[in-house]
Design a protein around this ligand. Structure first.
Ligand code: CO
Length: 180
């Protein structure tokens, strides 16, 4: 295994349920983690990735920026939703920690998020499109929340076979990484 390679933890891993901690040091290690997460997300063809998904329980996420202008990948440190629209809608979500699981999730259409950049400067971003969706999904990860948690019991039951299978894979993944 390449030394720099990050592995995405699968549904069922208790690590995905842990709350992440605030970042207070903005140094080269943090920038290196952001770069490694970017590489990981691109390799896995994701559009968002939160640090706890790669086993790092710190409040950082990266998100594909499909809007014109600005960087193609955003990195948000200590992100916090400060405003949401009343209006909500459904959108089909997936997650690198839940491969092949997709479901419609109801969320506010528009959000305003306050965060720090990699230099620790305060920033704000507002969106009412896919980015708003990605940000809400990834911020959930920092709280140990997964998109399937938003589904009704019935919908979760429909997915239960896939979720059980993922939990088995997650257990195997944990055994593998502990024996490395
Ligand atoms: Co996810």
């Amino acid at each position: 295994m390449r030394e720099d390679h990050l592995e995405v933890l699968l549904y069922g891993s208790p690590q995905l349920r842990r709350k992440s901690e605030e970042i207070t040091v903005f140094d080269d290690d943090l920038r290196r983690l952001a770069r490694r997460m970017e590489t990981c997300m691109i390799e896995e063809r994701g559009i968002g990735l939160a640090a706890p998904q790669v086993g790092v329980h710190r409040r950082m996420l990266i998100a594909e920026n499909q809007r014109s202008g600005g960087p193609s990948i955003l990195c948000l440190v200590n992100p916090e939703v400060v405003e949401t629209s009343q209006e909500k809608d459904k959108y089909q979500e997936g997650c690198l920690s839940l491969p092949e699981v997709f479901a419609d999730v109801m969320r506010p259409v528009r959000v305003r998020v306050r965060y720090q950049d990699l230099d620790g400067r305060e920033q704000e971003i507002e969106d009412d499109d896919i980015l708003a969706r990605i940000l809400q999904h990834e911020i959930d990860h920092l709280e140990g929340v997964l998109f399937v948690d938003h589904l009704s019991m019935l919908k979760r039951r429909i997915l239960s076979k896939k979720l059980k299978e993922l939990s088995r894979l997650a257990a195997a993944q944990a055994r593998e990484s502990s024996s490395e």
